[in-house]
Design a protein around this ligand. Sequence first.
Ligand code: HAH
Length: 331
Amino acid sequence: SFTEPALKTVFADDFRIGAAVNPWTIQSQEQLLAYHFNSITAENEMKFESLHPQEGIYSFGKADELAAFARKHGLAMRGHTLVWHNQTSDWLFTGDAGAPASKELLLVRLKSHIDTVVGRYKNDIYAWDVVNEVIADEGAELLRPSKWLDIAGPDFIAKAFEYAHEADPNALLFYNDYNESNPLKCDKIYTLLKSLLAQGVPVHGIGLQAHWNLYDPALDDIRAAIEKYASLGLQLQLTELDMSLFRFEDKRTDLKSPPSELLELQAERYDVIFRLLKEYREVISSVTFWGAADDYTWLDDFPVRGRKNWPFLFDAQYHPKPAFNRIVVRN
Ligand SMILES: Oc1ccccc1CN[C@@H]1C=C[C@@H](O)[C@H](O)[C@H]1O
């Protein structure tokens, strides 16, 4: 049983509070999720390779289990993700005799996937990450090289949003990306979204993955990114928030428990970030963590094998950490 204030109640007037889940965490974390959160996202189970392993063959079991969990606890659900260069079945890009698929074949297959998946969950999922991470991190080019881009050219982006909108006209359709507060990448994301909107493509929001750490991005960069995206008239959601205790490139793997001085830094950082998010509550409609508690995070071993991490507001025993206590104080 929980005695602390519920996150979803503390932020009820600001934005939804979500967590990424999987078939294991909906069991171990069920009470924590039901008490503190009012939105969930499938961490992996709604990715292309998970749902559609072979052409015409779908495997909905685990995704259905997570959708049922959302219904059981009255949670909103975000769909993640329809178009991505990772965790996507190879067959999708393969035509006859192992040659690359044609642009037409790839788009027909994409439309079929979206019709089937978005149609299936139209009563469960209110928002989709339609396209994930197509902006190039480095260099002058706007779009990241990928099989999508090689085969279909840039059209696949607009097509994905159009197919999703046809499949569920009520769903909110998001473009989702990481390093979204980096000024150069923010400019590129803005350019893409501005172009899509100018073409009348049905994009409703931008997902800021918000895979942050104790040291970056700078608060000013986050504020500037929020302002820039909001200037497009889009709604914003933080979609994969976690606060790594290490810089991305920090290779140390010696820590087996979180040092108290880093937990204090994390509390300070979460506090100033949630103050900033509340300031932009008019344009931010949801803040989803990419997990819920430190007993499980994708950051264990990523990007550094053997590096344990403690990125959330709750520890491995689901007890509030200093960061939780800081952000729930009313002010
Ligand atoms: O932070 C990153 C650094 C490099 C590449 C991708 C990312 C983030 N990529 C995210 C992370 C985990 C996956 O489960 C999500 O589907 C993906 O959107």
